[in-house]
Ligand binder design. Structure first.
Ligand SMILES: NC(=O)c1ccc[n+]([C@@H]2O[C@H](COP(=O)([O-])OP(=O)(O)OC[C@H]3O[C@@H](n4cnc5c(N)ncnc54)[C@H](O)[C@@H]3O)[C@@H](O)[C@H]2O)c1
Length: 260
């Protein structure tokens, strides 16, 4: 798919932020949009504003993903594009609570696995399907201050790569959206560390939606609304020690911030 016009699209976590911007933009481009969010009122509000349908619920649990995909397939007469966008960012390192590690795995990784499990069969039969995973630059690099987020976003990227490598020749397109800071409630909750690291380059959710429309048009695997991430990703790969030294210097700067 090189354009969303006329497509039946599902977006998880679309009651806010990046997902809501994708819903608005896709609807404006002529897509038929199903808006999911665990916050039912938010999903309904966004759906109403963009002329889509709301299917609120948990987009991570097995039951929630099953209900969403079967409900959306009925409403849309088949799903052309599934945007696994819902995500959570929990702070901390190894000391983060078991509950936070588990929730991060469920929402940031297993939601993607469960959706793929249900979508892949029908798409392989049709010879076409399209998945966009909202990962993060943290999945290519790291996010200081949040080990659960960094680790699960790396896993989400690994799963997206695996899906693309396995199914591309059979008509399933997979793309990974990897922004840095985007001005959304999730970003605002990132505290002084997040703001210190990302304020200078943070962009709007609408700018991310623009990048996604461009990415769909050219079909590249990595959609990078912050182009500088590409350079950092290649530096990490070619000289990991230098990259880690740089990240550690950043960590030392962050530790000197007030409120740390
Ligand atoms: N904001 C950023 O700086 C940034 C940067 C890179 C990646 N991301 C990623 O973008 C995605 C969207 O984040 P955002 O910044 O728009 O955040 P946001 O908090 O504005 O929106 C996320 C939405 O997901 C919903 N949600 C959470 N768990 C859910 C679940 N289990 N089922 C259904 N909905 C659920 C929330 O209710 C919320 O409305 C996330 O995957 C996030 O990790 C965000």
């Amino acid at each position: 798919m090189r354009s969303v016009t006329g497509a039946g699209v599902v977006i998880t976590g679309a009651g806010s932020g990046i997902g809501a911007a994708l819903a608005r933009r896709f609807a404006a481009e002529g897509a038929r949009v199903v808006v999911n969010d665990i916050d039912a009122a938010a999903a309904q509000e966004v759906a109403k504003a963009c002329g889509g349908e709301a299917l609120p619920g948990d987009a991570a649990s097995e039951a929630g993903v099953t209900g969403l995909i079967s409900g959306a397939a009925d409403l849309l007469d088949g799903i052309d594009l599934f945007c696994a966008n819902a995500g959570i960012a929990r702070p901390g390192g190894a000391d983060a609570a078991e509950l936070d590690w588990d929730a991060s795995w469920q929402v940031n990784v297993m939601a993607h696995v469960r959706a793929a499990r249900l979508l892949t069969g029908p798409w392989l039969e049709q010879g076409q399907g399209h998945l966009i995973y909202t990962v993060s630059a943290a999945g290519l690099l790291t996010m200081l201050g949040s080990a659960p987020y960094s680790v699960t976003k790396h896993a989400a990227l690994a799963f997206a790569e695996w899906m693309s490598a396995t199914y591309d020749h059979r008509g399933i397109t997979v793309q990974a959206l990897c922004p840095q800071g985007v001005r959304t409630p999730l970003y605002e909750s990132s505290g002084p560390v997040g703001h210190a690291l990302m304020d200078a380059t943070a962009i709007t959710p609408d700018a991310v939606a623009d990048a996604v429309i461009e990415g769909i048009a050219d079909g590249r695997f990595l959609i990078l609304p912050h182009p500088e991430v590409s350079l950092m990703y290649s530096r990490r790969a070619t000289d990991p020690d230098r990259w880690l030294n740089g990240m550690n210097r950043l960590q030392q700067r962050v530790e000197k911030l007030p409120d740390q």
